[in-house]
Design a protein around this ligand. Structure first.
Ligand SMILES: [Cu+2]
Length: 199
């Protein structure tokens, strides 16, 4: 198996594990009040304190009252991240003025390279509602743990490296509570309708 195929396998495995974890949490939430509360998993998401692409502090408190999408990735990502950010941008554009009442977060899993400046330059290609968040390794590890995101540095030839990472888009409600993984495999209209329900 070539390195590319191996990496693809790791990414799809990570995605699957992430999805299973999400479903597991849904089952736990669904099981509330049926005597399984002792086993309740910690909620997905939670508080965070990061830096946005303008170098300003940004935390979960800045999202109060807005449903939002969260996606983890890195600016050097060859395909999954740009594709997903393009799709999220389409959704934001379609929302029109309502996009101001939502948020879309692109949280870095590559603190070494993703400085606020690098994030700003990268995000210039996408809808301005997409906010890039970064921070030091510890801060990013904390937020990734909160969202059950897997990521791992993978060395490439020379000094180069890439990152494997969970590629789930999370839908969070106005109160910052996890709703579900946001299905990107549908038309922009349907996705927008889904997001609108949470405004
Ligand atoms: Cu990526």
């Amino acid at each position: 198996m070539g390195a590319g195929a191996a990496r693809l396998l790791v990414i799809s495995t990570a995605f699957f594990v992430g999805l299973v974890l999400c479903l597991g949490v849904i089952l736990f939430v669904g099981g509330r009040g049926t005597g399984t509360s002792v086993l309740q998993a910690a909620p997905i998401g939670g508080p965070f304190q990061l830096i946005d692409q303008d170098g300003r502090p940004f935390s979960d408190q800045d999202l109060k009252g807005k449903p939002f999408l969260v996606f983890f990735g890195f600016t050097h990502c060859p395909d999954v991240c740009p594709t997903t950010l393009f799709e999220i941008s389409e959704i934001m554009r379609k929302l029109g003025s309502e996009a101001d009442r939502t948020a879309a977060l692109f949280i870095s899993v590559d603190p070494e390279r993703d400085t606020p400046e690098a994030m700003k330059e990268y995000l210039a290609s996408f809808d301005p509602h997409v906010r890039g968040l970064t921070g030091d390794a510890a801060a990013l590890a904390t937020v990734a743990r909160g969202y059950r995101v897997y990521y791992k540095k993978v060395p490439l030839e020379g000094d180069d490296y890439t990152m494997d990472h969970t590629a789930i888009v999370y839908l969070m409600d106005k109160d910052g509570q996890f709703v579900s993984p946001f299905n990107m495999k549908r038309t922009v209209e349907v996705a927008v309708g889904d997001l609108r329900k949470h405004l």
